[in-house]
Design a binder for this molecule. Structure first.
Ligand SMILES: [Zn+2]
Ligand SMILES: [Zn+2]
Length: 207
C-alpha cells in the first residue's frame, strides 16, 4: 500500500491518500480541510498518480477530520465511511439524512485493490473512534500519536475506554507503521517502548 500524507486545516490534521499500486484504487482518510482550496494539491496528486478513489474514511467524527468530506464526495461521488457512534458529528443533509454510507464496525474490511484495511474500534477520544489496520500500516486517528494520545477531556470522551483501546493497540505487531491523525509517523514497537500512555504513566495530551 502506498501512503501519501497531506497536512490540512488549522489543527494540522494528517489527511492520507492510501492506494494500491497494482490497481490504483485509493482511499482518502480524514479530509479535515478548513478551506476547499486545500483539496487542490490532493486532487492533483490523485490525478497525477492516476488513482481511482473508492472511499472517504473518517477515523472519527471531529470536524478537523471530517470537514472536507463533502468536497471529496462532490468530486468523486464515493461512499463516506465512519463508525456509527460518531455519525452524529457529521451535519445532516437537507433531507435530514446523515451523509455517510458505510458503517465502520469492529472487524469489517475495507478493500482497496489488493490491499485491505481492517477496522479496529478504539473508543476513548470519541465513542466511535477507529483505527485502520493494514499489513504494514495502521491509521490511528486521534487515538494514538507518536509519543502521545488523543484528548479524553471532551464531553464525548472516556478515559476508561481509552485505556482499553490502548491495550488493544499494544497487542499489534511492533513493525506496524503508525500513521496518526496529527504529527509524525512512528512504529507500534517504538510506541510500546517510549509512549508514556502505553507504559501506564501520564503526560500531557496533544489534540
Ligand atoms: Zn479528534
Ligand atoms: Zn484531530
Amino acid at each position: 500500500m502506498l501512503v501519501e500524507t497531506f497536512t490540512v486545516g488549522m489543527l494540522s490534521t494528517n489527511c492520507y491518500v492510501a492506494s494500491c499500486p497494482d490497481t490504483k484504487e485509493a482511499i482518502v482518510i480524514d479530509p479535515g480541510l478548513d478551506f476547499s482550496s486545500e483539496a487542490q494539491p490532493i486532487f492533483e496528486y490523485i490525478e497525477q498518480a492516476n488513482l481511482k478513489v473508492k472511499f472517504i474514511v473518517n477515523t472519527h467524527g471531529h470536524s478537523d477530520h471530517v470537514k472536507g468530506n463533502t468536497v471529496f464526495q462532490e468530486k468523486y461521488n464515493v461512499p463516506v465511511c465512519i463508525h456509527p457512534l460518531d455519525i452524529y458529528f457529521i451535519k445532516r443533509d437537507e433531507k435530514g439524512k446523515f451523509p455517510a454510507d458505510v458503517m465502520l464496525n469492529e472487524g469489517i474490511f475495507l478493500h482497496c485493490g489488493s490491499e485491505t484495511l481492517q477496522v479496529m474500534h478504539t473508543p476513548g477520544h470519541t465513542p466511535g473512534s477507529v483505527c485502520l489496520v493494514g499489513e504494514h500500516f495502521i491509521f490511528t486517528g486521534d487515538t494514538l500519536f507518536a509519543g502521545g494520545i488523543g484528548r479524553t477531556d471532551f464531553p464525548e470522551s472516556s478515559m476508561s475506554d481509552m485505556v482499553a483501546s490502548l491495550e488493544k493497540l499494544t497487542s499489534l505487531p511492533d513493525y506496524l507503521l503508525v500513521n496518526p491523525g496529527h504529527g509524525e509517523t512512528s512504529l507500534i514497537g517504538e510506541e510500546k517502548r517510549t509512549n508514556p500512555f502505553l507504559n501506564n504513566k501520564s503526560e500531557t495530551m496533544l489534540f
